[in-house]
Ligand binder design. Structure first.
Ligand code: ATP
Length: 769
């Protein structure tokens, strides 16, 4: 690969040196951030340094500040915690400590520091930067530095990366480590749920989060918990305990065998008194006589290998941090790298830190509305949605609401995808609480044609949130198989609105029914398509249900494959993944596992590309005389090329590798559907479903004594629900046609190509950039 030209420091005129440190509590994904910074720095012609043990390493200097080479960060992606170490450092809080730190940086010739940590660490970083001139002045006075040395380092660049498991930083929608932490919590609560059900027990589970209820809220949604307690939103009313007990009893009366209460460690009541897990356990035991146990998850939550989301978030942000260093000028405030609306952003670090502090202050003033407003808008919406579906409405309430009851059909279309059941569950529960009558349509359109339609009650969907596959049964067949019969059955059951949960087939099914409205009045009703396909190829949305679950399944498989290759060292695995004509799975999993090359249908495969890959492999294995390097993975999307199949690609690599390296294939197949849906898919499913019911309701035309009427031919009444940035949007299936490549069954525009470029860069593929 071509060598990047040297980047010189604007102050020293020498080759630029960028250091990274991790500080505060460890968070999964910090290693991916370190890898991203180190490799991006090298690619941009700079030298990369790692400061070990957080600020302590800066204060101690010497061996704690080490130059990092390209291969020093091998294996970082899949490792939890932070390999370069972290510490809480008292000395750095005081000026004498920071003087030592400044001296050490100047001696090493480093004038740019990327800090990955929580708000404390980032506050320290900014303070360090603002004090820099005075620190140098003092060091010159005390003769620790010469004035020439000080003059060469007039300015320190600081860039913040937010590594924090509880997602408590303002100005970013998500922090590095939070999603992995949510994985650990959900795995734990899923395990607890099965034993709770077996013994008909109640469990109070305590999760991390001192001032931030993000983990508790997301875990509550993702595990279908009965109650959550978070700092930003104390339970309302003085008699909340009575209400809670009454609701738990009502659920038990409905036949529920388990009760899960999630308590955030910083949970409080409206008088700011702590709500502890022990209190909740005693309450359920004493008042309801429930066999109640308490589990404090503790440090399990921090650990383990990072999930795909965190690996890719940290990688993209690490690369962006290096760009921010290179763009930084003395007058510009220190940037913090964030994630807003699914885009990597640079924000003002100190403003973000100040805003973060405002949440705790608002809570302290009992301004809970203010505290919630300081969180991102999705947080508020998701809290309301959790409240709207966690408890079954009482019989009185639902009878009142039933006057407006819509009859809603729910159908799965296409291949199963993680989160389909979670979406059905949320739709059923929310619909029932709103007074509607949900019907499950079994086995897709053939099932509908056969009249396999059954009302779904609250308890029918209990436990579905954690189930993979499709409980309703799903099928790829389209309504055009027999439009007349589809229409007949919808009319027979008086279905007044439809929710279709599925992939591209669900989209085309909607189009077919939309176009048949003139002939079949039964289709003149509102319909929502909730995208659910591992391929993430539905137009109108950035994410479909199932793709996150699938990516994690692919990542697990690739980690295992890479490990097996470590034993034999020089082996290249060609891993074939699903995705149809969409390279999403290949690109995102490739970035998460550090693939050497990723073949996608959007680009195809040709001889010259294969030649480049072989040349690259020869060079990389050639450099590795001691045979230290691991196995390598190439990801090939199933439809990347008709000619260059997985077997052929592997055979070519094997042939060209001669004695130097070997190749094997791994076709992942249906493993990619994953087992239990990932937390993100469960959370997205719930959000989609609740918004979908609201959408259907908004199309009620009028209310009669027999209930609502919904006759409509408005094209906008058949829509795809989409996650666009942090919002859920609805775009009519007809309007989406212009954005859709019907032949290849995918959106024309994709938002993830930057991830591909970054993947190439971090695999040292300047030959592909
Ligand atoms: P977590 O989210 O895990 O709490 P954090 O980064 O907020 O992460 P802290 O313990 O607050 O964790 O900070 C980590 C380190 O950052 C401290 O040990 C200290 O060295 C440094 N630090 C924090 N606040 C300051 C400050 N105001 N001034 C100087 N250094 C600070």
């Amino acid at each position: 690969p071509m060598k990047a030209s040297i980047t010189r420091s604007p102050t020293t005129g020498k080759r630029r040196k960028i250091a990274i440190l991790t500080s505060g509590g460890d968070a999964p994904g910090m290693n991916a951030a370190v890898r991203g910074v180190v490799r991006a720095a090298i690619m941009r012609g700079c030298d990369a340094y790692a400061v070990h043990e957080g600020y302590q390493g800066l204060v101690d200097g010497g061996d704690m500040i080490r130059k990092m080479g390209w291969d020093d960060v091998q294996g970082y992606l899949s490792t939890g915690g932070t390999i370069i170490g972290t510490a809480r450092c008292k000395a750095f809080r005081e000026r004498p400590g920071r003087l030592l730190a400044a001296r050490n940086l100047v001696k090493e010739g480093i004038d740019a520091l990327v800090v990955c940590g929580g708000d404390g660490s980032l506050t320290g970083a900014d303070l360090f930067r603002s004090e820099w001139p005075s620190l140098l002045e003092e060091l010159v006075k005390t003769k620790e530095l010469t004035s020439e040395e000080a003059e060469r380092f007039t300015h320190l660049n600081i860039v913040g990366l937010v590594g924090s498991i509880d997602n408590d930083m303002s100005s970013t929608d998500i922090t590095i480590g939070a999603v992995t932490c949510l994985h650990r919590i959900c795995e734990s609560i899923d395990s607890i749920s099965s034993t709770a059900s077996s013994h008909s027990r109640a469990f109070v589970v305590e999760v991390m989060g001192r001032h931030c209820g993000w983990l508790a809220l997301m875990a509550g949604i993702a595990t279908g918990a009965d109650f959550i307690f978070i700092p930003e939103r104390p339970p309302s009313g003085e008699n909340w305990r009575d209400n809670m007990c009454a609701e738990i009893k009502a659920h038990r009366d409905l036949g529920k065998r388990k009760t899960i209460v999630i308590v955030c460690e910083g949970a409080i009541d409206s008088n700011l008194n702590p709500i502890t897990s022990k209190d909740m356990m005693d309450l359920l035991t004493d008042r309801l006589d429930l066999d109640t146990r308490m589990t404090i998850l503790g440090h399990v939550q921090r650990g383990g290998k990072p999930c795909v989301y965190d690996r890719n978030l940290a990688t993209m942000q690490g690369v962006e941090a290096v760009e921010a260093v290179l763009a930084s000028r003395p007058g510009i405030p220190s940037p913090m790298i964030g994630m807003n609306e699914n885009k990597i952003t640079r924000t003002d670090l100190m403003k973000a830190v100040a805003l973060t502090g405002e949440v705790a202050k608002a809570i302290g003033r009992k301004d809970f509305i203010g505290a919630m407003e300081l969180r991102d808008p999705a947080f508020n919406q998701q809290y309301d949605q959790f409240m709207a579906i966690s408890t079954a409405a009482s019989v009185d309430e639902s009878a009142e609401a039933a006057k407006n009851s819509l009859r809603i059909g729910i159908i799965n279309v296409g291949a199963p995808a993680g989160g389909m059941n979670a979406a059905v569950r949320a739709a059923v529960r929310y619909a029932r609480n709103r007074g509607h009558t949900p019907f499950g349509i079994h086995n897709g359109f053939p099932g509908l044609m056969a009249g396999q339609i059954k009302e779904l009650k609250w308890m029918d969907v209990d436990g579905w949130i954690a189930h993979g596959g499709s409980e309703l049964g799903t099928n790829r067949d389209q309504p055009s198989l027999d439009l007349g019969m589809v229409s007949y059955q919808l009319q027979k059951f008086n279905i007044q609105s439809l929710i279709l949960i599925g992939g591209f087939e669900a989209y085309t099914a909607c189009l077919e029914m939309s176009r048949a409205r003139d002939v079949y009045p039964a289709f003149c009703m509102p319909m929502v398509h909730i995208p659910a396909t591992i391929s993430n190829n539905v137009p109108g949305t950035e994410f479909s249900l199932g793709c996150d679950t699938s990516l994690n399944a692919i990542m697990d498989a690739c980690d295992a494959i890479k490990q097996s290759a470590t034993a034999s060292r020089k082996r290249v695995f060609v891993v074939e993944v699903h995705g149809g004509k969409s390279g999403y799975l290949a690109v995102m999993s490739g970035l998460a596992v550090g693939a050497t090359s990723v073949y996608i249908p959007e680009e195809g495969i040709n001889l010259s590309r294969l030649q480049k890959d072989v040349r690259h492999l020869c060079q990389r294995y050639g450099e590795d005389a001691e045979g230290k390097s691991q196995g390598r993975v190439i990801i090939r999307s199933e439809c990347a090329s008709k000619t260059y199949t997985t077997d052929i690609v592997s055979a070519i690599i094997k042939e060209e590798g001669h004695q130097q390296f070997d190749s094997r294939t791994a076709i992942l197949g249906h493993i990619q559907q994953g087992y239990s849906p990932s937390p993100l898919d469960r959370v997205r499913a719930t959000r989609f479903a609740v918004c979908a019911i609201d959408f259907l309701e908004s199309h009620i035309e009028s209310y009669t004594t027999n209930g609502p009427t919904v006759y409509t031919k408005d094209p906008s009444s058949i829509a795809v629900a989409g996650i666009q940035g942090s919002n859920v949007s609805f775009t009519s299936v007809e309007a989406l046609l212009k954005d859709t490549d019907m032949k290849n069954r995918k959106p024309i525009q994709t938002w993830w190509m930057d991830y591909k470029r970054t993947g190439n860069m971090l695999a040292r593929r300047s030959d592909l950039l």
